[in-house]
Design a protein around this ligand. Structure first.
Ligand code: PLP
Length: 384
């Protein structure tokens, strides 16, 4: 059987979408900030949802062993990670999962470590629980983003309760290697830090690299780590609301047993069954999407090099987010605002990702080459 092909919707079709990406801006703006893809959802997911809706099967979520099993099968086959299905807990979304785990692990005023620039909601989750954010930013050695291990150790030593790890990293599109994760696990073990690994972007890893789930690293990682992840990002079903929190070992298993039972049924029935189908029958679709994203990440690089060479863009190893260094354009404090005002193209202001995001912006390239071209055309207009 030949591989399936999935093409992005046209702009006209997308403008009819009701999600935040298509509602946040006036109709003359091309929106590329929110991390949703412009591709149609996998057919097995659509079929399941249509069937459930047709049969008015829209009640509360009850037991769903199918999801844990589909997740464990997927993890074993595609991520080299053996998960115990009994330690997979269903939650509403990754945000809720992280907040509920933080609630179990911390009290107001405790410190949570992040490495900026990082997914902006890490800060909102930390604020929600009145925790203190400690930032150990990524460095840049000219070819890749680097981890400041001595900074991490100093911060752990000074007192950190939780390290909120973005693995793989949004917005840098950077993977953590096995060796890097092992150092983090060992340090966390030494200083009594719990690592919450947000792995929502994991399945979106390009072929040249390997995504390493934190808990796949053995005993030490399993002693200190908890993973929160979802099918929602990779299979483009964020609005369906379902994620999983996973442990792998006695200590963290005991902790997660304290999650309030309500966290399970606050997830959506549609989301939980759609996620099950994603992990079990959505692989061909995901492979087709990865071919598109692979082509787009290079296409964007070529476009920018030709049209706006002042923008620095490192091709990501994972996912569909381009982290653009706009400093060379000298557009002031908020370059993304200039693109919005003058070019009617929306990209996400880098400052929301932490102080190291100043002068940067994030662009979502999970769309058609036509829309990407239009976006860059508008950016050119904005700076002309
Ligand atoms: C790293 C990361 N974590 C979590 C989320 C949001 O996940 P959810 O909608 O399940 O809360 C995103 C969305 O872009 C993300 O990039």
């Amino acid at each position: 059987m030949s591989p399936i092909e999935v093409n992005a919707f046209s702009l006209e079709q997308l403008r009819r979408h009701r999600s935040t990406k298509w509602r946040d801006f006036p109709g003359d703006v091309l929106p590329l900030p929110v991390a949703e893809m412009d591709f149609p959802v996998a057919e097995p997911i659509t079929n399941l949802l249509l069937e459930m809706i047709r049969e008015s099967d829209l009640g509360y979520l009850g037991p769903i062993p199918e999801l844990s099993l589909a997740f464990t099968d997927y993890s074993e086959k595609y991520m080299n990670w053996n998960v115990d299905a009994a330690q997979v807990h269903v939650v509403t979304d990754v945000g809720v999962g992280v907040v509920e785990v933080l609630r179990l692990l911390t009290s107001p005023g405790d410190r949570v470590l992040v490495s900026s620039p990082v997914y902006h909601n890490f800060s909102t989750w930390i604020q929600e629980l009145k925790l203190k954010k400690v930032d150990v930013p990524f460095g840049d050695d000219g070819t890749n983003w680097t981890i400041d291990f001595s900074g991490l150790e100093d911060a752990y030593k000074a007192g950190v309760s939780v390290h909120l790890l973005c693995n793989p990293h949004n917005p840098l599109g950077r993977l953590y290697s096995k060796e890097e994760l092992l150092i983090i696990a060992q340090l966390a073990d030494e200083y009594g830090v719990t690592v919450i690994s947000d792995e929502i972007h994991g399945p979106l890893t390009f072929a040249e690299k390997v995504f390493v789930p934190f808990l796949s690293l053995g005993e030490v990682a399993q002693r200190v780590g908890i993973t929160v992840t979802a099918a929602s990002k990779s299979w483009n079903i964020a609005g369906l609301k379902c994620a999983v929190v996973v442990s792998q070992g006695e200590k963290m298993d005991a902790l997660l047993k304290k999650l309030p039972p309500a966290t399970h049924y606050r997830a959506s029935l549609l989301g939980a069954f759609a996620s099950t189908v994603a992990y079990s029958a959505g692989i061909d679709w995901l492979e087709a999407i990865m071919r598109k994203l692979d082509s787009n990440r290079h296409f964007l690089s070529t476009l920018l090099a030709q049209r706006i060479p002042e923008i620095r863009y490192r091709i990501p190893e994972n996912s569909y987010l381009a982290w653009l260094d706009l400093n060379g354009l000298n557009l002031g404090e908020n370059p993304s605002h200039v693109f919005l005002e003058k070019g009617k193209v929306a990209i996400l202001d880098g400052r929301g990702f932490g102080p190291t995001g100043r002068g940067f912006a994030r662009l979502n390239f999970a769309t058609s080459p036509d829309i990407l071209t239009e976006a860059v055309d508008r950016m050119v207009v904005a700076i002309s």
